[in-house]
Design a protein around this ligand. Structure first.
Ligand code: TRP
Ligand code: SF4
Length: 326
């Protein structure tokens, strides 16, 4: 029996290359070895976007196009939309009854997010309950493994606590899910800060080759290398964090000494980078363009996947009702 994996992403729209190398690539690998459920966490996006939901629909479409174009295969994993499987919110309700408020208040992400997004009023019941909904997402499928980044570890800890409490109160229904840490260093964006949609410093999976080349041209390099004749240092060059991913070993072995003795200029060096990037991303981008031309594509995948997910969530929810003697 394959272990079951569940993971979700909030629909934030088009994914950038940092998302790909940080999360999506890992999902694509896992669909070969695990029984995988990957979902669009659209209820979760409501916790912070409730005041303006106008972008959600497009964001879901763009994100799922990236998922499938870059390798998630609906024949190998279940791809679905959280809000199309009503059991997520039903189990959320049951779990909310047994979750002490103090567990949620002391979750480090709670205060942090409120401080970071101070333009939004996050003093809501739903935002406080984010980790409860996440727990429901995971145990609804009796998942044993949850691929998450570091930032999500506190949430997963709450999931485990809630799971133990449920099992203690009502009998052993759920396995305690374990985090599968995806240890990928954060990619840097064009300006040297972490690549992030909100900083406007990202290269998107769906950018054209021309857009990519133009962005790379403007990307920061080694800040100490001011003139062409100055020697550089790839270890502190911002662009070079992408070279490491996209440029082949042989070319890297030429670039590194050439940078250090100033025999290559940044313009040429970054042209090599954008060529390699575009070459590597081209087949996926072409596939994405194809898929985007089919108007029903995303909708069909999500409906079909949500039906498959419901088959499981339905039985598990029946077990929950029996366990709580309803
Ligand atoms: N909280 C996750 C994030 O912000 C998204 C998410 C929701 C999730 N439910 C999940 C991830 C369940 C893993 C498992 O990225
Ligand atoms: Fe960076 Fe290349 Fe310029 Fe060196 S030559 S600083 S590695 S862009």
């Amino acid at each position: 029996m394959k272990q079951r994996v569940v993971s979700g992403m909030r629909p934030t729209g088009r994914l950038h290359v940092g998302h790909y190398h940080g999360v999506l690539e890992n999902w694509v690998r896992m669909q070969e070895d695990f029984d995988c459920f990957f979902f669009v966490a659209d209820w979760h996006s409501l916790t912070t976007e409730y005041a303006d939901t106008s972008g959600v629909r497009d964001n879901i479409r763009e994100m799922v196009l990236d998922w499938v174009a870059f390798g998630l295969d609906p024949a190998k994993c279940v791809i679905f939309r959280q809000s199309l499987v009503p059991h997520h919110s039903e189990l959320n309700l049951v779990l909310s009854m047994i979750t002490p408020v103090s567990w949620l208040e002391r979750c480090p992400t709670y205060k942090e997010m409120q401080d970071n997004l101070e333009t939004k009023d996050l003093s809501t019941f739903g935002f406080l309950g984010y980790p409860v909904l996440m727990a429901a997402d995971i145990i609804l499928y009796k998942a044993t493994r949850v691929p998450v980044g570091h930032d999500q570890l506190p949430h997963l800890e709450v999931t485990r606590e809630i799971t133990r409490r449920f099992n203690n109160l009502y009998g052993n229904v759920f396995p305690e899910p374990e985090a599968l840490l995806t240890e990928t260093p954060k990619l840097l964006g064009l300006d040297g800060r972490k690549m992030s949609k909100s900083y406007g410093n990202s290269i998107y999976l769906s950018d054209t080759a021309e857009e990519t080349a133009k962005k790379i041209k403007s990307m920061m390099t080694d800040p100490a290398r001011i003139r062409r004749a100055d020697p550089g240092d790839p270890d502190i060059c911002v662009a070079f964090n992408l070279h490491r991913i996209y440029v082949c070993r042989e070319k890297l072995d030429e670039i590194v000494p050439a940078c250090k003795n100033a025999s290559i200029g940044c313009v040429e060096c970054k042209r090599i980078l954008s060529d390699c990037m575009n070459e590597r991303l081209a087949p996926f981008r072409a596939r994405r363009d194809d898929l985007a031309r089919q108007p029903q594509f995303v909708e069909d995948i999500l409906v079909e996947g949500s039906n498959r997910a419901s088959l499981i969530s339905d039985t598990v929810m029946a077990e929950v009702r029996a366990a709580i003697r309803f």
